[in-house]
Design a protein around this ligand. Sequence first.
Ligand code: HPA
Length: 277
Amino acid sequence: MKNYFEKEYFDAAFAAIPASWREFAPTVGVILGSGWGQTLLDKPYAASIPYASIPGYGASTVVGHAGEMRLIDTGRSRVIAFCGRRHFYEGEGWGPVVMPIELMRRLGVRSVLLTNAAGAVNPALNPGDMLVIRDHVNTTGRNPLQGPVFPGWGTRFPDQSEVYSKELGDRMQMVAKRLGIRLPDGIYAFTSGPCFETPAEIRAYGIWGVDAVGMSTVPEAIVANAIGMKIVAMSCITNMAAGIAGQRLCHEEVLEATAAAAPRMGALVAAAMDEVF
Ligand code: HPA
């Protein structure tokens, strides 16, 4: 497995996207992580493609991830939505993980909403809470930009002073407030997974100022930021992180918590598409 990309890898994937998708010209991209995919299930869409039919992308191997991209015209935005994501821990390298961002770039998307499920490191958060990610900590020492500079992905050393758009994050919170949904700021730590963290790791992340921890989102944000896209990201808290509440962690608990939060997640995703970008 190569840990960097050749242009042909994405060329082959992009060639599998019908010309009508280019003509649709989406301007907003949405990646829906664990549990968030259900927020679009009842929304009408113009077209869909399963990830499995895109070379180099492949079906998500994670329960709860649909693995389908959809075009949605909300009347206010033309959106490409990725329902389900590929993760680094699935073991196929960065290619499938950052595939949605490169497909978006080639389609002309300039703004992206990233969503995930996360464990709460900050004890003031509770399962079912949502937060706007204002910054991140990459705990992995791995980075999808490692390797030769990829054409179209900015410079060798991209600035990361404002990965998550302050302006769009503020707007997201204003809209949430109007909808009566609590949406505090948060710092998100990315771990490679697939193990949940140890209590010692969670204590360390807490000292670093981390509010929530998860196994996704940061790779896509790193690439989208290098490209120059505007990014809004949100987490749904599904559990207290290891050692915080003393209970054992499991994926079923993650899925249950997102099911309970689904109506609020749906309202936020819809509002993001229509009012934030
Ligand atoms: N840790 C890492 N990833 C997660 C968690 C967690 O506690 N909950 C949901 N995704």
